[in-house]
Design a protein around this ligand. Structure first.
Ligand code: BEZ
Ligand code: FE
Length: 293
């Protein structure tokens, strides 16, 4: 083995890591070494900068717990979460696109009747989301499960509220014709958590730390590829610069303001409300695979 020099060090390390038995791990480690060495050669960090980077990573790890994942947040703001999501959800272009799940999904949301209100007692402007879930050939999908979660009208998720029991989430099922009716309140734009190491980094930039108003959906139906996505409010101030890069054009929807009167659920509203119409298009499992090839 040659003794190392600045010039040969990357090749020496690559040679050492070239015989890993697991071919996938070998490929990952060889690429990691190549890119990591390329990065260090590019920026030529001082010892103090390298120590600061290690300190940032250490403090980021220490912030992680059951309730908080600062590394995922770092991956989100660097666009890596969306890149991984996009690579893993290549779909026919007519299917509704996926986006990142984010950290606020809580399993076992309460089952809601069609038109049921998942925002009982929550602040915000009432909002009805209606539409159909169908396949790529237009076939209605009956019994599809829509798992929703979102902020209330003050921009807070269940995890951020001192509440017992479900808050701003619900499980709906489509009817025989694939239709659904959801009652909620309109979400508002909110900031990602800024009190950790990611916030510390963002504060040193002019990059927005806001997410535009959105509702999260996880939709599943037997025989179809599961869909995890959001619907975003058209016209939101942050729609062009979502801090986690999750906005895709087909997911931007109109929140139409309606005067008091009959709501899409059939109930009479004494105050103005929003109406959002959206049809979700799921790809059959085989169709999703064909697009990935
Ligand atoms: C969210 O939409 O819930 C979210 C996604 C990524 C980072 C922070 C929040
Ligand atoms: Fe969110």
């Amino acid at each position: 083995m040659p003794y190392v020099t600045e010039d040969n060090l990357t090749d020496v390390v690559m040679e050492r890591w070239k015989d890993i038995p697991d071919p996938r791990l070998r490929r990952i480690m060889q690429s990691l070494i190549r890119h990591l060495h390329g990065f260090v050669r590019d920026i030529e960090p001082t010892q103090a900068e390298w120590a600061a980077a290690i300190d940032w990573l250490t403090r980021t790890g220490k912030l992680c717990s059951e309730k908080r994942q600062e590394f995922v947040l770092a991956s989100d703001v660097l666009g890596v979460s969306m890149l991984v999501d996009t690579i893993n959800h290549r779909r026919p272009s007519a299917a509704t696109p996926n986006t990142v799940e984010g950290p606020f999904h809580v399993p076992n949301a309460p089952a809601m009747a069609d038109g049921g209100n998942m925002a009982q007692g929550a602040p915000g402007i009432p909002c009805f989301v209606t539409g159909k879930v169908h396949g790529l050939d237009g076939e209605p999908i009956a019994g599809a499960v829509l798992d929703l979660w979102q902020t209330d009208g003050e921009g807070l998720y269940e995890d951020q509220r001192d509440v017992k029991g479900p808050w701003m989430r619900g499980l709906y099922r489509t009817q025989a014709d694939g239709s659904y009716v959801i009652r909620t309140v309109a979400p508002i734009a909110y900031t990602i958590p800024m009190d950790g190491t990611v916030g510390e980094l963002m504060e040193r930039t002019d990059i927005s730390h806001m997410r535009p108003a959105h509702i999260h959906f996880a939709i599943s139906a037997p025989g179809y590829h599961g869909l995890v996505t959001h619907l975003f409010q058209r016209g939101d101030e942050y729609i062009e610069n979502d801090v986690v890069y999750a906005v895709k054009e087909p997911l931007i929807v109109d929140f139409v303001k309606r005067p008091p009167g009959k709501a899409p659920s059939g109930e009479m509203m004494a105050t103005p409300f929003y109406e959002v119409k959206y049809d979700f298009v799921l790809a059959k499992r085989v169709e999703a695979l064909a697009a990935a090839e």
